[in-house]
Design a protein. Structure first.
Ligand SMILES: NC(=O)C1=CN([C@@H]2O[C@H](COP(=O)(O)OP(=O)(O)OC[C@H]3O[C@@H](n4cnc5c(N)ncnc54)[C@H](OP(=O)(O)O)[C@@H]3O)[C@@H](O)[C@H]2O)C=CC1
Ligand SMILES: O=C(CO)COP(=O)(O)O
Length: 330
């Protein structure tokens, strides 16, 4: 049994906590919202984020971070990507010295251009930092449906041992030591899902969507490798696996956001779509590396109001005719 602290009481933090409690681990949650914490602890629901889903009786959440972190062996950072540095700053004075930290948010910090593990590492340099990512909807995990994710730590043997400890019926973990690779897939697939959603919203058809997913994947690999990811990691659960899930299911908030944009609906009040916050910095990083990323660039132009969804669909499907070299993403 592991002592786990989960920082974040949204959909994913609550789903992970639920799975780990069901597996017999000692789990404490910290959240900034007192009402949500009381609801999780007392009525075993998190309506705002997980509707009617029943949470386990043994699950409790609190706004007291010191209490939630006390004696924790593993600390999961599960607030949205752009708030990870704030949460890490709050946790810094209260963390047990030997706690292992795991980044679970999917996004690139738009101020620094850092991956989530780099953000945490910068605030908490004395701790080992890992990553958990892969195709997994909170709604599925909380229902006990099976998911497979990648757990990356700097040391492969330790990743393997922890993957064994934390795996259960709803979450099956595969080990990796490619910290960068596992994060790039999760961060960039959100941007691709918005782009594919823009096509779905305009009724371009499944064939065009498949073409776009393929091109988006090639971009993700080009940029990921330039940033230090291993190409084979991007072929795995946290890359291709998550891209496929997120670009094909309306349970995805990023895909749904893209559909709303593509069909001309108001996006005000929609749920968290991490790709919206990652798209500009991802394009900046791509430009710095001299990597061509037309799908991500088009998504950025639409999301920043510089191109209409209709123009984007035309642009995405009228790229120059060239030889097909999927390995380099032509
Ligand atoms: N949902 C999913 O299926 C999956 C999500 N993820 C990733 O997990 C991360 C979190 O997503 P998810 O839980 O779904 O998001 P939600 O929108 O469901 O919840 C976000 C949570 O973070 C809290 N929060 C927001 N800003 C801050 C802040 N500045 N400080 C502290 N807490 C904050 C919110 O609190 P409040 O209620 O007070 O606003 C809320 O509890 C994202 O990066 C996402 O990509 C990964 C895999 C699956
Ligand atoms: O990351 C996810 C699935 O792996 C969740 O996707 P959304 O954030 O688009 O809902």
């Amino acid at each position: 049994m592991a002592r786990i602290c989960i920082l974040g009481t949204g959909a994913w933090g609550t789903a992970l906590a639920t799975a780990f409690v069901r597996q017999g681990h000692d789990v404490r949650m910290w959240g900034r919202n007192a009402e949500t914490c009381a609801e999780i602890s007392e009525t075993h629901r998190n309506h705002a984020y997980l509707g009617e889903a029943c949470l386990p009786d043994g699950l409790s959440a609190s706004t007291d971070m010191a209490g939630a972190l006390e004696n924790a062996q593993i600390v999961l950072f599960v607030a949205p990507a752009q708030s990870t540095s704030d949460v890490a700053g709050l946790a810094a004075p209260q963390l047990p010295g030997d706690a292992l930290l795991i980044a679970c948010a999917k996004g690139i910090d738009r101020r620094s251009g850092q991956t989530q593990s780099e953000v945490i590492d910068a605030c908490l340099p004395d701790h080992v930092v890992g990553v958990l990512s892969g195709p997994s909807f909170a709604a599925d995990v909380v229902r006990g449906l099976p998911t497979a994710l990648t757990l990356a730590l700097p040391d492969q043997a330790r990743a393997q041992s922890l993957a064994q400890t934390l795996s259960g019926d709803a979450i099956r973990l595969y080990a990796s030591d490619d910290i960068v690779g596992v994060q790039i897939g999760g961060a960039l697939k959100n941007v691709m899902a918005i782009a594919v959603g823009i096509c779905r919203g305009g009724g371009m058809g499944a064939s065009a969507e498949a073409a776009l997913i393929t091109r988006g994947y090639a971009e993700l690999v080009r940029l990921g490798v330039a940033m230090g990811a291993r190409a084979e990691t991007l072929m795995g659960l946290s890359g291709l696996g998550d891209l496929v899930l997120t670009c094909s299911s309306e349970l995805s908030r990023n895909f749904s956001y893209g559909i709303a944009v593509g069909s001309g609906h108001d996006v005000t009040g929609l749920k968290l779509a991490e790709g919206v916050h990652t798209v500009s910095i991802a394009n900046e990083i791509a430009a710095r590396h001299g990597i061509s990323c037309p799908v991500m660039q088009t998504a950025d132009l639409v999301l920043s109001g510089r191109m209409s969804a209709e123009e984007a669909r035309t642009a995405l499907m009228s790229r120059p005719i060239k030889a097909e070299h999927p390995e380099i993403g032509q």
